[in-house]
Design a binder for this molecule. Structure first.
Ligand SMILES: Nc1ncnc2c1ncn2[C@@H]1O[C@H](COP(=O)(O)OP(=O)(O)OP(=O)(O)O)[C@@H](O)[C@H]1O
Ligand SMILES: [Mg+2]
Length: 239
């Protein structure tokens, strides 16, 4: 089994999008093999529903959110407000179950690597302790390079196995300003990590189009992190 943890430099930067691209790629090219897909912890609504909507019909897959709170704030605060304690042992147990059952697991983090998970631990602490192979999603926008470099420093401090960065262009403008806002060469040089993908701005009509999403994933190197899958050739995604 292989487990890939998808983290990011902030909330709302494209972690769900990158996880969805990877899952769509797996669905398309893994020859029917099953997948475990987990949202580490969820506060508020959003990601669980998003995955259920896209992949709920995959009968051999497990889509899990072991712990969830209604209040859309950091887990220690949500847990205190709602009187439901965080049980990381439950999350760990669930992850182990998925690892026993599926050849590939994708785990979407919450917030950034610096986000609090409990009163003692951040996401980076957890990724380091659980030895999770990790991707860092970076949004292409002003200020992104500083955030990415700081997150990489935190990851190193917490001994996170960071495999590389994925840059997400959330708008046509961000794609045009890629070299101004998140220069791949500069980021590579300053973090000493590979840039595993540059996600183009996706059209809204393609958000549900799993074949299209698999095609987008096939054009960057993130798919090479999935267990034993050969890189697929495919034509360009038309922006
Ligand atoms: N390449 C892209 N093309 C189009 N839209 C994008 C792209 N990258 C990110 N977005 C948009 O940015 C928004 C936030 O992305 P997403 O939900 O994946 O973030 P997240 O990091 O998972 O957030 P959270 O911390 O809440 O889990 C979404 O509306 C998503 O569609
Ligand atoms: Mg998300």
């Amino acid at each position: 089994m292989a487990t890939l943890f998808i983290s990011g430099t902030d909330t709302g930067v494209g972690k769900t999008l990158v996880t969805t691209l990877l899952a769509a790629y797996w669905r398309q090219y893994a020859g029917g093999k099953s997948l475990g897909l987990m949202k580490l912890l969820q506060t508020g609504i959003g990601d669980r529903e998003h995955y259920q909507d896209r992949f709920g019909d995959q009968t051999t897959w497990d889509l899990v959110t072991p712990q969830q709170w209604q209040t859309p704030v950091a887990p220690p605060i949500a847990a205190q407000r709602e009187g439901q304690a965080i049980a990381l042992d439950v999350v760990w147990q669930k992850l182990r179950e998925l690892q026993a059952r599926h050849p590939q697991i994708l785990v979407e983090g919450l917030g950034s690597l610096g986000s609090p998970v409990t009163e003692e631990l951040t996401v980076a602490d957890l990724a380091g302790l659980w030895k999770l192979e990790t991707l860092l999603v970076v949004p292409v926008q002003l200020g992104a390079m500083g955030q990415a470099i700081a997150q990489v420093a935190l990851a190193r401090q917490c001994k996170v196995k960071l495999r590389g960065l994925v840059l997400s262009c959330h708008s046509p403008e961000s794609a045009e300003k890629l070299r101004d806002w998140a220069d791949p060469d500069l980021l590579k040089q300053l973090t000493q990590l590979p840039i595993l993908g540059i996600i183009p701005p996706l059209k809204t009509k393609h958000y549900h189009h799993l074949e299209k999403l698999a095609q987008v994933a096939s054009q960057c190197d993130i798919n090479a992190l999935l267990l034993g899958l050969k890189k697929q050739d495919s034509s360009e995604y038309n922006v």
